[in-house]
Design a protein around this ligand. Structure first.
Ligand SMILES: Nc1ncnc2c1ncn2[C@@H]1O[C@H](COP(=O)(O)OP(=O)(O)OP(=O)(O)O)[C@@H](O)[C@H]1O
Length: 704
């Protein structure tokens, strides 16, 4: 339960409310046993043929009579013992002395017992029964009214208890979710992509809900139900503690059963939560990619996948249900066994009117039928809270499994640290340098994604990064904002190793526009303003104009206040890219990374955007990943050509055309493709780089 204890710790700030809830539970427990205790006087009224005053007076007289009898017995035994002391010290005298002493202890005990009951009846007579009507039926009605009042008061305290527990539970979850979010969002890209979005969502929703049920039963039932049981047990002990003790002999067995069940429950809960995560994943993939599903008519395939995941969850959930279902009857059998043991002993005492069972003294005087019945009512009343507690245990185990999943991620320390004391980067003065950089997403399994890449870019340059699919262009530039750190080698800005630099200052220097635009379900205005904290509407509009987005935004119903939909789904791919570009422009970054940012933009807009960019990139260092090589000469100062994680060559367009065979072939093929497209009606907008260039020997590589 270590993990669940950590979840519960989030309630600590609200301990005062918890204490108040425990007080309410205590009042409820006391009133619960008081109500049950009303059975005894009612039985007495019915069975004895006397009113309450007569009954209590008779009881007082009886107790006093018994007390006097035992007091006389004590005096006689004391006298006998004193007489024995005067006789010679023989074994016979010692034996007699022992017998007398035992009798004296018993008689003193009985004298005290009757004295205490005398006192209790006297108290009852003076404080309660004195005010009761002498008519038996009227007295019964009074008792019933008393019970009703107790039930109403109990109801009020029950409500307060539930309400306080509900408040603390929800507040605990609120804080836990916030804290969990804070911890997770700090983690770096590699850690978050390994967890997977849907699994994370499942942990935030389903798992925290499960913890919520655990916390609720902990503060609700785990506190209130034992208090009820304890109150009833105390009342049963008040009647006859020896009989009550026989009730608890089964407790070790019950604890053993609960322990076994808890272990099974914890395992089953963990598996069920994992299956639930898997189901979330399929739902997310299917509905997130619904166009692909429908376009490729894969509904049946998705249905099968979902059915399988759903079936797996159903099986695990069924196991949970079975364990839970087993707990209740098992505990009930044990409770009935305990009640049966205590009741059996009580019935024996009533039937035989004995005070002993074998050598054990069970009570000081024979038990009446009414007393046994009242005793049984208290024991039976313990069964209800105990039964409720048994299901609590299974819930707590579920919460432990969920907490384990939450804290597994919660405790993960980010590998990329903020470097609060590191040098702050405010601008790029001289150069950005990739120095012998090697990187693999999974160093144990994969070949390196980047293999000894060295590249030096002067401040203010625009660099086109080109190469075939999967050659490592995006990965290389992801090292710049430190989405990842190189496995070996270093990335430096003006000689400062980025590993040591102040992370926030570094990221503030950079604006990124990716092909996958990553927009939020908010207004256009909010999406563009995301790039700069506190941006005004005018600034947003100016940025949108530069990104050639203003026109289509104005045409949209709602203009800048139009909602973009989930991941910008209310807008076309090209429009989304223009909004993402406006966001980066608004940030006014020193370093601009444009990763195939015009892949979905039409030819005319692309020409417009390039015109705008020519102005915008002045004074900034810009990296442009592109497959559209025909745009390279007009916008890029130099070109880096990559293949299979290696830098093939680096130089100006003219230099590469002259010395880099793969680049020349690529460029020529793009030119040919463009000419063909123009001849066939010009329907093709731009020429993609389809051919992966062959590596050239290192001697031919351009120096950085
Ligand atoms: N998160 C990831 N985990 C594991 N491997 C990855 C991950 N992202 C990319 N890769 C792999 O790393 C290699 C380089 O990917 P990268 O995205 O850098 O290529 P790219 O040159 O930008 O490709 P493209 O032109 O298609 O965008 C690819 O083989 C890709 O499969």
């Amino acid at each position: 339960m270590r993990n669940f204890r950590r979840s519960v710790w989030f309630s600590w700030p609200y301990r005062q409310r918890l204490v108040a809830s425990v007080f309410c539970a205590l009042v409820v427990a006391v009133l619960w046993s008081v109500n049950l205790g009303a059975i005894y006087p009612v039985l007495k009224l019915l069975s004895s043929g006397k009113n309450l005053q007569q009954w209590v007076d008779e009881e007082i007289a009886e107790q006093q009579k018994q007390r006097e009898i035992h007091a006389r017995e004590v005096a006689n035994l004391n006298f006998a013992l004193a007489t024995l002391e005067t006789k010679p010290d023989t074994p016979e005298r010692e034996k007699q002395k022992r017998n007398y002493s035992a009798d004296l202890a018993r008689a003193t005990d009985l004298q005290d017992y009757h004295a205490s009951w005398d006192y209790r009846y006297q108290w009852l007579r003076a404080k309660v029964i004195r005010y009761m009507p002498t008519d038996r039926f009227e007295a019964f009605l009074w008792i019933m009214v008393g019970v009703l009042v107790c039930v109403v008061v109990k109801g009020v305290f029950e409500f307060l208890h539930e309400s306080l527990v509900g408040w603390v539970t929800n507040r605990t979850l609120f804080d836990l979710r916030n804290s969990f979010f804070r911890r997770v969002v700090r983690q770096d890209v590699r850690q978050l992509s390994s967890a997977g979005t849907t699994d994370l969502m499942a942990r935030f929703t389903n798992d925290t809900e499960q913890i919520g049920s655990g916390v609720k039963v902990l503060y609700g039932r785990v506190v209130a139900e034992p208090l009820k049981a304890v109150a009833c047990f105390a009342a049963a002990c008040f009647i006859c503690w020896q009989l009550a003790i026989t009730f608890v002999v089964v407790v070790p067995l019950a604890l053993y059963v609960l322990m076994r069940v808890s272990k099974a429950m914890r395992k089953a809960s963990k598996k069920a939560l994992q299956r639930m995560s898997a189901m979330y994943k399929i739902l997310n993939e299917t509905f997130g990619g619904i166009r692909a599903v429908k376009g490729f008519t894969r509904e049946a395939h998705e249905r099968r996948r979902f059915r399988q995941a759903n079936y797996e969850f159903y099986r695990k959930a069924l196991r949970l249900v079975n364990i839970d279902a087993f707990t209740n009857p098992a505990i009930e059998v044990l409770v009935v066994l305990s009640v049966g043991l205590a009741l059996g002993a009580g019935v024996y005492l009533v039937v035989t009117q004995n005070t002993h069972i074998g050598i054990f003294r069970m009570c000081s005087q024979p038990i009446s039928f009414e007393t046994l019945l009242q005793f049984y009512v208290f024991l039976a009343a313990i069964a209800d809270p105990v039964r409720k507690l048994s299901s609590v245990y299974t819930k707590l185990q579920g919460a432990e499994a969920a907490s384990a999943r939450i804290f597994e991620l919660y405790d993960r320390e980010p590998t990329i640290r903020g470097n609060a004391d590191g040098p702050r980067l405010t601008e790029v003065k001289k150069r950005i340098e990739f120095r012998h950089v090697c990187f693999a997403y999974n160093p144990a399994a994969d070949a390196p994604t980047l293999d000894n890449v060295s590249l030096t870019v002067k401040a203010g340059e625009t660099i086109a990064v080109v190469g075939g699919n999967g050659c490592g262009k995006t990965t290389l530039l992801a090292l710049l904002p430190r989405f990842f750190d190189p496995d070996s080698g270093a990335v430096l800005i003006d000689g400062v190793n980025l590993r040591t630099a102040h992370l926030r200052s570094l990221r503030k220097l950079i604006g990124v526009v990716t092909q996958d635009t990553q927009l939020f379900d908010d207004t256009v205005l909010a999406n563009i303003a995301y790039g700069k904290r506190g941006a005004t509407r005018d600034e947003v509009i100016a940025a949108a104009k530069q990104a050639r987005a203003h026109e289509f935004i104005e045409k949209k119903e709602g203009g800048y206040d139009a909602l973009m939909g989930t991941a910008g789904s209310n807008f076309s791919g090209g429009e989304r890219q223009k909004v993402a570009l406006a966001r980066a422009i608004l940030r006014n970054p020193q370093i601009l990374i444009l990763d195939e940012f015009t892949s979905a933009i039409d030819m005319q807009s692309e020409i417009d955007i390039h015109d705008a960019l020519k102005e915008f990139v002045k004074g900034r260092t810009t990296f442009l990943i592109t497959h559209k090589l025909h745009t390279v000469p007009e916008i890029a100062d130099r070109v880096a050509i990559m293949d299979a994680g290696q830098l093939l060559d680096f130089g100006t367009h003219a230099e590469l055309l002259a010395r880099c065979e793969p680049y020349r072939r690529l460029f020529e093929s793009v030119q040919m493709w463009k000419t063909d497209a123009a001849a066939s009606g010009g329907t093709k907008e731009s020429a993609p780089l389809t051919e992966t260039p062959r590596p050239v020997p290192p001697t031919q590589r351009g120096a950085a």
